[in-house]
Design a protein around this ligand. Structure first.
Ligand SMILES: NC(=O)c1ccc[n+]([C@@H]2O[C@H](COP(=O)([O-])OP(=O)(O)OC[C@H]3O[C@@H](n4cnc5c(N)ncnc54)[C@H](OP(=O)(O)O)[C@@H]3O)[C@@H](O)[C@H]2O)c1
Length: 222
């Protein structure tokens, strides 16, 4: 398995923390990023302690988002959609030339439940437009934070759908999916399909509420 130096921007939230745990557990070097380094450090320690207790030898640290992104090969964006564009703009220098993976979902919630926001462009396309020199890939949109932090060795009943316009970038995300599901992610098509993949998470959240489960995506026939 190829391993990477991965910065998780927004790694103090449940989604970034869960993905960071899975990546570090399976041999990747991980830096938890935060707008405040002192917020990232205890999360990094918590992940490292958990993996050590499980018998692993994790390489996890915490840093300010800018330092985390600067030192990474791959930068995972795991921040809320509100504030996403401003954050990416603020990291444009550090993100230039990097592979960026976005799991950001533009979702809204009202009395009717979760729904996909009516956006001009997906979060992944926005990141690509803000940092044209980077390679943006969409992935890990549909895996629940609680499942990522659960005791399951792998979420092997789920698939990670990957979209992007660059074959090498997609291959990196597909490989990283192994740390989560134990198998390679599925190439779901071009980056523009993030417009379909991101809001699909609203359907999963709706299913979770109805059936009191943690649903995920599994593609038949591949
Ligand atoms: N939660 C899930 O189960 C799940 C599943 C699939 C996809 N996702 C997607 O993953 C992303 C993160 O989800 P989450 O639940 O972990 O989110 P979250 O807890 O709301 O936010 C994650 C982190 O982002 C940073 N952040 C918050 N507001 C920000 C802003 N305006 N600008 C820059 N940074 C900000 C915070 O870190 P600092 O304060 O440390 O900077 C926060 O801890 C979202 O786009 C979500 O749609 C979530």
């Amino acid at each position: 398995m190829t391993t990477y130096r991965i910065a998780v921007i927004g790694g103090t939230g449940p989604q970034g923390k869960g993905l960071a745990y899975r990546f570090a557990k399976h041999g990747h070097q991980v830096v938890i990023g935060s707008r405040a380094a002192e917020k990232a450090e205890p999360i990094a320690s918590e992940i490292a302690e958990r993996i050590t207790e499980e018998g692993g030898s994790p390489v996890v640290s915490g840093a300010a988002n800018t330092d985390a992104a600067a030192g990474a090969d791959v930068v995972l964006l795991a921040v809320p959609f509100s504030g996403h564009d401003e954050l990416v703009e603020s990291l444009a220098e550090q993100l230039s030339g990097k592979t960026i993976i976005s799991c950001v979902n533009p979702l809204g919630f009202d009395k009717g439940g979760p729904y996909g926001l009516d956006v001009e462009r997906s979060a992944a396309e926005a990141a690509q437009a803000i940092v044209p020199t980077a390679t943006v890939v969409g992935a890990f949109h549909h895996v629940a934070a609680a499942s990522l932090w659960s005791g399951a060795d792998f979420l092997d009943h789920e698939d990670i759908l990957v979209c992007g316009d660059d074959a090498d970038g997609k291959e990196i995300a597909q490989e990283m999916a192994r740390a989560v599901t134990s198998h390679v992610g599925i190439d779901a098509g071009k980056l523009r399909l993030a417009r379909q993949l991101e809001p699909l998470t609203a359907v999963l959240i709706s299913i979770n509420k109805k059936y009191k489960v943690r649903s995920g995506i599994s593609i038949a026939g591949v």
